[in-house]
Design a protein around this ligand. Structure first.
Ligand SMILES: NC(=O)c1ccc[n+]([C@@H]2O[C@H](COP(=O)([O-])OP(=O)(O)OC[C@H]3O[C@@H](n4cnc5c(N)ncnc54)[C@H](OP(=O)(O)O)[C@@H]3O)[C@@H](O)[C@H]2O)c1
Length: 190
């Protein structure tokens, strides 16, 4: 039997709409680390992935110190995350900045990828510029838009989000928009 090098992926907010992506990444031979608060949701996801490929990180990501402590305890065991998939509330982006800094401080020469998932109201350019991106980090974005069908618009379904994120992970474009974000007056009202 051959020996396979396992890559590490961190999915921040990976127990919600990104859960199918965490499962997909594990099938792609990533060891998947997932951040979330609810132990139950983490356990459910773990049972879908299998414990050999899954490490739950139960923490409230708004608590920067607790987050840092958890990640440093992982850092001692493992190399850096090759991929970070981040779905983080805007009020916790300081924590994402911390994760970027920590991951780049792991001191290997290889680059790593960050795919930042943005809600439909974000300005991708301004968001990118609000982060300090180290030279070894390949920063890309995927933005959740909406769909227009005839004269009505609607939000994306979870399936559309999943396949759009998988599409973004499979290409190298700096910004992938799932659905559309324009015109703003066609944004669904609820
Ligand atoms: N443009 C669009 O179409 C669009 C845009 C945005 C959202 N949506 C829809 O809205 C639905 C709900 O959105 P949602 O934001 O609730 O997404 P979600 O992905 O269902 O849930 C958020 C994820 O982040 C984790 N999380 C949240 N706050 C956290 C914290 N403080 N610390 C650690 N982890 C945290 C959650 O786990 P815990 O709660 O266990 O912590 C969960 O894993 C989605 O399913 C999607 O379909 C659509």
């Amino acid at each position: 039997m051959g020996w396979k090098l396992m890559r590490n992926a961190l999915v921040i907010g990976g127990t919600g709409m990104l859960a199918p992506i965490a499962v997909w990444l594990a099938k792609k031979d990533y060891h998947v680390y997932v951040i979330g608060r609810s132990n139950e949701r983490l356990e459910n996801l773990g049972s879908r992935i299998g414990k050999n490929n899954f490490t739950p990180i139960q923490v409230d990501y708004r608590d920067k110190q607790a987050l840092k402590k958890k990640l440093l305890s992982i850092k001692s065991e493992n190399a850096r995350f090759d991929l970070v998939l981040a779905w983080v509330r805007t009020n916790a982006e300081a924590s994402l900045a911390e994760i970027i800094k920590l991951n780049s401080s792991k001191g290997t020469n290889s680059s790593w990828s960050l795919l930042h998932v943005l809600g439909s109201q974000r300005n991708p350019y301004e968001t990118m510029n609000s982060f300090e991106i180290p030279a070894d980090c390949i920063y890309r974005q995927v933005q959740l838009g909406f769909k227009i069908e005839g004269e009505v618009s609607r939000w994306l379904t979870n399936e559309e989000i999943s396949s759009g994120v998988i599409g973004a992970l499979s290409n190298s474009s700096p910004l992938n928009i799932i659905g559309q974000t324009e015109p703003p007056e066609m944004r669904p009202r609820y």
